[in-house]
Design a protein around this ligand. Structure first.
Ligand SMILES: Cc1cc2nc3c(=O)[nH]c(=O)nc-3n(C[C@H](O)[C@H](O)[C@H](O)COP(=O)(O)OP(=O)(O)OC[C@H]3O[C@@H](n4cnc5c(N)ncnc54)[C@H](O)[C@@H]3O)c2cc1C
Ligand SMILES: *[C@@H]1O[C@H](CO)[C@@H](O)[C@H](O)[C@H]1NC(C)=O
Ligand SMILES: *[C@@H]1O[C@H](CO)[C@@H](O)[C@H](O)[C@H]1NC(C)=O
Ligand SMILES: *[C@@H]1O[C@H](CO)[C@@H](O)[C@H](O)[C@H]1NC(C)=O
Ligand SMILES: *[C@@H]1O[C@H](CO)[C@@H](O)[C@H](O)[C@H]1NC(C)=O
Ligand SMILES: *[C@@H]1O[C@H](CO)[C@@H](O)[C@H](O)[C@H]1NC(C)=O
Ligand SMILES: *[C@@H]1O[C@H](CO)[C@@H](O)[C@H](O)[C@H]1NC(C)=O
Ligand SMILES: *[C@@H]1O[C@H](CO)[C@@H](O)[C@H](O)[C@H]1NC(C)=O
Ligand SMILES: *[C@@H]1O[C@H](CO)[C@@H](O)[C@H](O)[C@H]1NC(C)=O
Length: 480
């Protein structure tokens, strides 16, 4: 802890050096004060900036759109450090080229997911997979392992075949399938810890059409039975998301009341070429009349994810998202739900509204820090992961309630992590500790060796990265 006097002196020191910039994540609970917001015009300007800052060892946090739930994406606050501290955004890097023959797209780090979706559609191309929303920056989304659902499809990062990255001295490194190929496994999901990615190349496909089927299911408080049924459905449909069960906060009983029904959607390839109509009912993020049986047809991105105008709910929420080998899914989901129910009496803050449990699947991969990395799986595992998400949604944006729910959310990983080989989403609020990270991410040492090469002076790290990845050489990153 700094003395108030020293903190004040540091404040003055930073005040003379320019226009302070306060960073916030999307729901304003993660924040830091930096010395400036830097948005270089191009890769060369970004390299020049890094070269200049290397000498002073300035703290540098590269950000996308801040759509995360924990402390991954935040700078070193300038009250804590004597060195300059910056938020860097590559939003101006907007080059794009499409190789229709090789079915690849190469684009600057400034592209947001939704803009890229539109660009691809205009060129008769589709992404293989996407998350539920498209508000993220593409590099920001890929860098934390953002994903949709499908036992046969990977996360967004698995589409990356090449990239350009600047290290802390401003040196450019090109990584692709013929050049430093092994390092693709480190850089596909890099948490901003390996440098500024200026450009990505991803695989795409010719326009792909899907049929989406939505079904209403009956909920039961026999969670074990309910999740065994879902487990069975996951064997029948490889691309499926289950939205539910849903619980509503009951003011009188101060507990969660199970809604009688919930719903799921599954997607299949189709040769239907009639009217594309999935965007008539997004059925995600609080939108649309979801508990309704229907089918629709659309281009893959419109069938599986929601454009910004389809996002209705922007209330504060706490969220966890855990990945575990699918073989344990039914048992784990039942235990997660029961454990949550046991927490209810401690949910004393006001403004609870709804709690939604969501279920997805994902194909495992070999990216070092992928939540679905297969390095520690035994021969009994299929390599497919189940994903359990719990959202605690508020009716009013009140920090007391948000923090209370986040505290309770933090209890799930210690409770179930070891039993079910759980890996948390990096940007969704379930920080592992370094010992646990090493166990679930056996390639962590390889990642950290590259981290040291890319960032010898610990300029790219923050508290989250040092703690969660156990970057011991950077323990004194504030004063180094
Ligand atoms: C409402 C909501 C819905 C969501 N739905 C899903 C979902 O369906 N599936 C899912 O998996 N996730 C989902 N997420 C999580 C979200 O996809 C991730 O948090 C994602 O990382 C956010 O992207 P961003 O651009 O906003 O990232 P930021 O938080 O700004 O950045 C993420 C990381 O990327 C790094 N980074 C950013 N740009 C660069 C760069 N140029 N070079 C190097 N590193 C960089 C940052 O340093 C940081 O570590 C959701 C989040 C919200 C808020
Ligand atoms: C983020 O860091 C702040 C400051 O250290 C801490 O109070 C807060 O609990 C952290 N948030 C989460 C979700 O871990
Ligand atoms: C396209 O693919 C071919 C064959 O794999 C390869 O030789 C060529 O370099 C690729 N072109 C680009 C621009 O990547
Ligand atoms: C990989 O990068 C190298 C170095 O820039 C380049 O020569 C080569 O064409 C790239 N390969 C692919 C497949 O893009
Ligand atoms: C759900 O319950 C209703 C009323 O009991 C019943 O008519 C319906 O068939 C049930 N649906 C399913 C999918 O079991
Ligand atoms: C979409 O179009 C198909 C084919 O015309 C139709 O069967 C279906 O009901 C439509 N779905 C919606 C949500 O309008
Ligand atoms: C999960 O549930 C099973 C069956 O109900 C129980 O035996 C087991 O102890 C639970 N495990 C955990 C980690 O809660
Ligand atoms: C949040 O709720 C608590 C408890 O009711 C209250 O004390 C506090 O003032 C509220 N905060 C805001 C910003 O509304
Ligand atoms: C590390 O985290 C795991 C998972 O949350 C937990 O089981 C373990 O007890 C933690 N260890 C320490 C030393 O905190």
């Amino acid at each position: 802890m700094l003395s108030p006097k020293l903190a004040f002196l540091l404040l003055l020191l930073h005040a003379v050096s320019g226009s302070a910039y306060r960073w916030f994540n999307w729901q304003f609970e993660v924040t830091c004060e930096s010395d400036a917001y830097i948005a270089p015009q191009n890769e060369l300007a970004a390299a020049k900036f890094l070269k200049e800052q290397y000498h002073e060892g300035s703290h540098i946090k590269v950000v996308g759109n801040g759509h995360g739930f924990g402390n991954l994406t935040t700078c070193v606050d300038n009250t804590l450090t004597k060195k300059p501290t910056y938020i860097v955004s590559l939003t101006n890097l907007k080059k794009l080229s499409i190789d229709k023959k090789n079915l690849t797209v190469t684009f600057g780090a400034g592209w947001d997911v939704d803009d890229l979706v539109q660009e691809l559609k205009a060129n008769d191309l589709s992404f293989g997979n996407l998350g539920v929303e498209r508000v993220q920056n593409f590099v920001g989304a890929a860098s934390t392992g953002t994903h949709g659902s499908g036992s046969n499809i990977g996360n967004i990062a698995s589409q990356i075949t090449g990239l350009r990255v600047l290290d802390s001295q401003g040196n450019l490194r090109v990584i692709n399938e013929t050049h430093n190929a092994e390092e693709l496994k480190a850089f596909r999901i890099s948490l901003g810890a390996l440098g500024l990615i200026t450009e990505l190349t991803i695989k795409v496909q010719p326009t792909q059409l899907l049929k989406k089927t939505t079904k209403v299911l009956n909920a039961t408080s026999d969670f074990s039975k309910m999740y065994q049924e879902l487990d069975q459905l996951y064997k029948e449909h490889d691309r499926m998301t289950v939205w539910g069960p849903h619980f509503d906060w009951d003011e009188n009983t101060q507990s969660w009341a199970l809604e009688p029904t919930y719903f799921l959607s599954y997607w299949e390839p189709t040769d239907y070429t009639g009217v594309r109509n999935c965007t008539l009912n997004y059925c995600a993020n609080g939108c649309g009349d979801c508990k309704k049986e229907y089918i629709c047809y659309d281009e893959v991105t419109d069938a599986v994810s929601c454009p910004p105008q389809g996002v209705c709910s922007r209330d504060f929420y706490a969220e966890i998202e855990h990945f575990l080998p699918i073989e344990s899914y039914a048992e784990a989901a039942a235990n997660y739900t029961t454990f949550q129910q046991a927490q209810t009496p401690r949910m004393k803050a006001p403004y609870n509204k709804q709690m939604v449990i969501q279920h997805r699947t994902l194909k495992g991969d070999d990216t070092y820090l992928s939540p679905v990395n297969t390095y520690n799986l035994g021969p009994e595992s299929s390599g497919v992961f189940a994903i359990i998400e719990i959202d605690w949604i508020q009716e009013y944006n009140n920090f007391t309630t948000l923090w209370q729910n986040q505290e309770l959310a933090h209890e799930f990983l210690p409770q179930f992590g070891e039993t079910y080989n759980v890996r948390p989403h990096w940007n969704k609020m379930s920080p592992p500790n370094a010992t646990y990270t090493l166990e679930k991410f056996p390639k962590l040492p390889e990642f950290l060796a590259i981290q040291q090469r890319q960032d010898p002076k610990c300029q790219f790290v923050n508290e989250f990265l040092v703690q969660q990845l156990g970057i011991t050489r950077c323990a004194d990153y504030i004063s180094l």
